[in-house]
Design a protein around this ligand. Sequence first.
Ligand code: PEP
Ligand code: MG
Length: 375
Amino acid sequence: MAKIKSIHARKILDSRANWTVEVEVNGVSGASPAGASTGTHEVPTVPADIACDFINNKMKKAFLNHEMNQKEIDRKLKFLTGKIGSNGAIATSFAVYNFLWDERQFNRSVFPYPLGNVFGGGAHGGSCYMQEVLLCPKKAKTFPDAVQKMTDAYHELKKELKDMGLSLGMNDEGALTANIGFMELMDILKPIADHNGCAIGLDIAASEMYRHNKYYYRQKEQFLNRDEQIDFVDHLIKKYNLFYVEDPMNEDDFDGFSKIHSKNKKTLVTGDDLTTTNTQRIQRALGKINAMIVKPNQIGTVTQAFDAISLCKKSHIIPVMSHRSGETTDATIARMALDFECPIIKCGIADMRTAKINELLRLWDKTDKPKMKKI
Ligand code: PEP
Ligand code: MG
């Protein structure tokens, strides 16, 4: 087995022009993304220069000549997250994963469906209260066709909003923004999604709008209590035939998620801030959700993310691999989604989000008889 011969950390910029950590292990790199609507239960980060300093001046000595074994290295990283943060840990863990990826004979052939953020707001920028309006090209038979359908819908929506005279923007996740009401936007998007073979999903990111036990809808200047929030989400699911709803309730309201799930068995009621890629929180969510976001940097290492995915699969919860709102061109999660057979990857549509999509297009092109995972 190969050994760690060199390890070096440096600061690089993420897509929001904030410093993040990049680590090179034997010349192969990994970089940490960063969230804006982070869950309270995520493993904390530390400032990038502190993480880099610790990795280069303290951690390095203990890791040199260590066998390139992902589980063993991740076990050590897990105990160092207090010093290097989830950001230093995931950058190192990604670098090791990418080194091993280059070494091994890769034989996975079942590809995830992309889930792309077409219109956004909330903590990612834009006037809309809804954080993410998502498209999943469920009718596609191949990954390139899935990308085609999703981008066709994106361009059509963009044109329609422009033709209405709206001035368009792009937010942190490369999603479109415009001064339009959420329901009006949904009424315009629904037929576009339908004729492009896409299903619609939402990331409500409800913890971000939770104030004094109520949900604040800033475009409407309206507060909803818990029951009204459940009814509103239920109404949206039925009106727009939503196939996916992420974080519809505050991050500690497991029973609220359960209420929405029990009324809407065909919709993927998905935990993100609720579960934070943490197996203890997934245990609490069993039977209450049927899908879960996997953000490796929420928990700190590739191995812990893999453990979360394994628990999901045993528990009939669909693991959805996901980017963060602050990203780099690092495409490790695209590889992981394929490697760990996640049926869906949420990684955006436009802007630097294409790094993950393009990695999957490359892999599709290089794979013998690739197929799509059933969802
Ligand atoms: C999300 O909430 O799903 C998301 C990608 O946002 P962030 O990275 O800001 O947590
Ligand atoms: Mg989310």
